[in-house]
Design a protein around this ligand. Structure first.
Ligand SMILES: [Zn+2]
Ligand SMILES: [Zn+2]
Length: 250
């Protein structure tokens, strides 16, 4: 399985507009982060998690010309607003692309993007909504998913084989974290060092890592308050800040 971090920035990206860049070193390219999404390639099937507002340039940079399915974590616009860019993927490959999403997203997404899912005037639909179930078999790739807490809403964690992706996380429910045992790679959201009302801080995420012990952990969804080198220097072994364009083979 090949995992490409298309973007690993928080909702504003990094650095922020208007030259507000927190404490990051602007001479380090890894501190330039687009909004979070990830591409998974397995047996020539391309699965995209989330459609970030930076999707067009992300797919261009990854030389990706085909997406077989999109999985949505939640409805926040930093995870959905690039959806219209999927039209190119549909046209190039002459197909309607499935978009898997939790039931709670469906009404709002249908309303916001009617032309994409139902067609409108001169536009034919180019994607179709499929309600997410706990387990999906997509072209023989088993995808497991469960909800975690993100403040006032829930977000889906996705697990494919020994890879899992948990962005925008405040906490796990019940014993769900146990579903993340034996991971080769966990990509997890770390917004900033301190706690945020809807995101866990560094200490909490490290607690989770120490509990499930993935072989490798990579942080995503980072604000401009997190400098890549400084963060790396304080991380335990096998824990790293991600960067846009990073490719991990597992
Ligand atoms: Zn987000
Ligand atoms: Zn969010």
């Amino acid at each position: 399985m090949k995992v490409t971090i298309l973007g690993c920035g928080g909702s504003f990206g990094s650095p922020l507009a208007w030259q507000r860049y927190g404490n990051i070193d602007l001479s380090n390219k890894r501190n330039f982060r687009t909004r979070s999404s990830v591409l998974i390639e397995e047996n020539k099937i391309n699965i995209l998690i989330d459609t970030s507002p930076d999707l067009r340039s992300q797919l261009y940079n990854a030389k990706c010309t085909n997406i077989d399915a999109v999985l949505y974590t939640h409805i926040h616009s930093d995870h959905t607003a690039g959806l219209p860019d999927m039209r190119a993927m549909s046209i190039i490959n002459n197909k309607i692309i499935p978009a898997y999403m939790p039931s709670i997203m469906i009404d709002d997404m249908e309303k916001m993007y009617k032309y994409i899912f139902s067609g409108e005037k001169d536009y034919n639909p180019f994607m179709k909504i499929i309600e997410l179930k706990d387990k999906i078999n997509f072209k023989n790739i088993l995808i497991e998913t469960f909800k975690h807490n993100h403040g006032s809403i829930d977000v889906q964690t996705f697990r494919i084989g020994n890879f899992a992706y948990s962005t925008d996380i405040k906490k796990f429910y019940d014993n769900d974290i146990d579903k993340l045992r034996n991971l080769d790679l966990w990509i997890v959201g770390l917004l900033r060092d301190d706690e945020h009302p809807s995101h866990a801080g560094y200490d909490k995420i490290i607690e989770y890592i120490n509990y499930i012990k993935p072989k490798k952990t990579i942080f995503t969804h980072m604000t401009a308050l997190l400098d890549e080198k400084l963060l790396k220097s304080k991380c335990p072994k096998n824990v790293f800040p991600g960067y846009d364009g990073q490719i991990i083979e597992i």
